[in-house]
Ligand binder design. Structure first.
Ligand SMILES: [Zn+2]
Length: 596
């Protein structure tokens, strides 16, 4: 088995020969630039005489400084990702992190001063043509202005957080990462970690899956006192902070972070709930495929196919590039470079980090992609996904500068998930056996139902918990009942959940780490499907618009960028279009099931 042997990236575009003297020199120079920046601008941005010309000059200097640190920082982190056992790279990365955090400290004032500019002055600057494409960056920085407290108060909150909210987050992380389970496999008792258990939930043996799920969720229930306390305090802390800062809705900070409005998110969640029936239909079909009357909660991730399709790297690369070239020969050409110029590290080897990523460096350099390619269908999808990100970076790099280069959160997965859709179409148009076809459709449907329906269900539970728990302390049973109520809205009586699954709310780290993060997944996925639907309707006329959307990076509000493609977040039909794509995949799955 070759498994992409020899497919390693060439980092010489960043630093020839990985010249460490130069890498370290660049880091030092970046720190000098940051200190210099502070000397020149500290107190001058919030000053009454700051005008568009001064702010523009400051933004350009700030970007030049960021360019200087990003290159060595990314280099260090790529070297480390490729060979994590190399002590040399570990030290280099630690140094880059240290210098980067010193740079952040030196320049922290800049964002704060932009926030603290008097409203009238800020308006004048934003309206001044001299500010050019930086307008949106300034607007985004100032989103939180009405909710920011005095400098002294912010400092107190920050310091008290260390033993408050942050302490609960750390407790959650430390506690859950210490969890181990004893599971009997093939007559042998094994001690397993969380990620090993998650793998087993995809095991073909239903009885094993059942025991694994029971043990996994049951452990959270056994520790209900701790999880109820942690979540309860996170909720209370959030409520206190909302009150201090003057927010009137626990989800409001997340709207600002995602740069979308409450009405848009409401519409999206309502339409999603209206389409919960798609999830029910899918899981009923899945039960039939597995030969069960009804699915158990432990069957949701069960494999639908017995055999795995083997796809060597060269074939995978061809599939991905062909799926792009059916869409746009230009894009396929851009991505062909990723292979010919070696932007990709695909081989599996000891010491290399797991998973996959695409790292966009700066607009002046190309992105780098890391995958661990193991000759199966999932690997091909991962490759398509990361190359989608790479395309986004390349196109944004053509038009944007560093501060407007990285797409906003709700658009961050646009090109990657779109690339997965292109690959899906390509595969489904091929002559494939029934089982492979079912496997492709099931994996896409489970992805979409997982990111769309289930993340909305999570958000609805989280909102219930915050609205109620902000007022009074919730008991463990109350949280479980809130969870079951929202879960039943989605699954109806199609799935028999295990009694232990009532604790699943305490498994989800987002509730602890980043409040109201989950609906961003729904948002991103439905947005891509709506775009894909648009492409199916318009054909090649869609291409220039899609190109514009990707090259716009983070240069305007998501709503405006998408309006330019002819879509409107505010209308229900926008969100319904996404479900039409899911529905048509579901019909294809149903056909494949019925062949049997
Ligand atoms: Zn991604």
């Amino acid at each position: 088995m070759e498994k992409a042997k020899g497919i390693v990236w060439d980092l010489s575009d960043l630093y020839p020969d990985a010249d460490e003297t130069r890498i370290e020199k660049d880091m030092q120079e970046a720190l000098e630039l940051a200190r210099d920046f502070r000397t020149r601008y500290y107190g001058k941005i919030k000053a009454a005489d700051c005008d568009a010309a001064r702010l523009r000059a400051a933004l350009q200097d700030y970007e030049a400084m960021l360019e200087k640190i990003y290159r060595p920082y990314v280099m260090a982190s790529l070297l480390f990702s490729a060979d994590g056992q190399n002590d040399h790279y570990k030290a280099l990365l630690a140094k880059a992190q240290d210098i980067n955090s010193r740079i952040e400290n030196e320049t922290l004032f800049f964002g704060l001063e932009i926030q603290r500019m008097p409203e009238k002055q800020a308006k004048a600057i934003i309206g001044d043509p001299q500010i050019g494409h930086y307008r949106h960056f300034i607007e985004s920085e100032r989103l939180f202005t009405p909710y920011t407290l005095s400098e002294k108060e912010e400092q107190i909150i920050n310091r008290k957080n260390l033993s408050g909210r942050t302490a609960f987050v750390n407790l959650f992380d430390e506690f859950t990462s210490s969890f181990l389970w004893e599971i009997e496999i093939d007559g042998e008792k094994k001690t397993l970690t969380d990620s090993e258990l998650r793998q087993l939930m995809r095991h073909p043996d239903a009885e094993l899956r059942y025991r694994v799920k029971k043990a996994h969720d049951g452990k959270y229930g056994d520790n209900a006192i701790i999880f109820t306390n942690i979540f309860g305090n996170i909720i209370k802390d959030h409520a206190t902070e909302m009150e201090l800062r003057g927010y009137d809705d626990p989800m409001q900070p997340s709207y600002l972070r995602n740069k979308v409005s409450a009405e848009v998110v409401e519409t999206m969640m309502r339409v999603t709930m209206d389409h919960y029936s798609l999830a029910r239909k899918y899981y009923e079909l899945k039960a039939r495929v597995l030969g069960a009357k009804k699915l158990k909660g432990s069957d949701l991730y069960a494999p639908v196919a017995k055999s795995q399709w083997t796809i060597p790297f060269d074939e995978g690369r061809k599939l991905v590039l062909d799926s792009f070239s059916d869409f746009s020969p230009e894009f396929a050409g851009l991505l062909e470079q990723a292979f010919s110029k070696r932007w990709i590290d695909a081989e599996v080897r000891p010491g290399k980090r797991g998973g996959a990523f695409c790292h966009g460096v700066t607009p002046s350099t190309h992105p780098y992609v890391l995958v661990n390619y193991v000759d199966n269908l999932d690997s091909v999808y991962t490759l398509a996904h990361e190359l989608g990100h790479a395309l986004h970076d390349v196109l944004a790099g053509e038009q944007q500068t560093l501060l407007t280069y990285h797409p906003p959160l709700v658009l961050a997965e646009t090109a990657s998930v779109f690339a997965e859709m292109l690959l899906t179409r390509k595969l489904l148009n091929m002559e494939l056996d029934r089982e492979t076809r079912m496997q492709i459709l099931a994996s896409k449907l489970e992805d979409f139902l997982g990111t769309i329906s289930r993340q909305t269900m999570y958000t609805l539970f989280e909102r219930d918990a915050h609205l109620e728990g902000g007022q009074r302390r919730l008991a463990a049973d109350e949280l479980c009942n809130m969870w079951i109520k929202r879960r039943n809205e989605m699954y109806g009586d199609v799935v028999d959940f295990l009694p232990e699954e009532r604790w699943f709310w305490s498994v989800i780290p987002h509730f602890i780490h980043t409040r109201f993060y989950c609906y961003a997944y729904t948002f991103g996925a439905l947005l891509v499907l709506a775009l894909y639907h648009q492409y199916e309707q318009e054909g090649t006329a869609f291409l220039p618009k899609y190109r514009r959307l990707l090259s716009a990076g983070d240069s305007d509000w998501p709503e405006k960028l998408v309006a330019d493609v002819g879509l409107d977040f505010r209308s229900e039909s926008f969100w319904q279009a996404g479900f039409r794509v899911v529905d048509s995949l579901l019909n294809e799955f149903e056909d494949a099931v019925r062949w049997a």
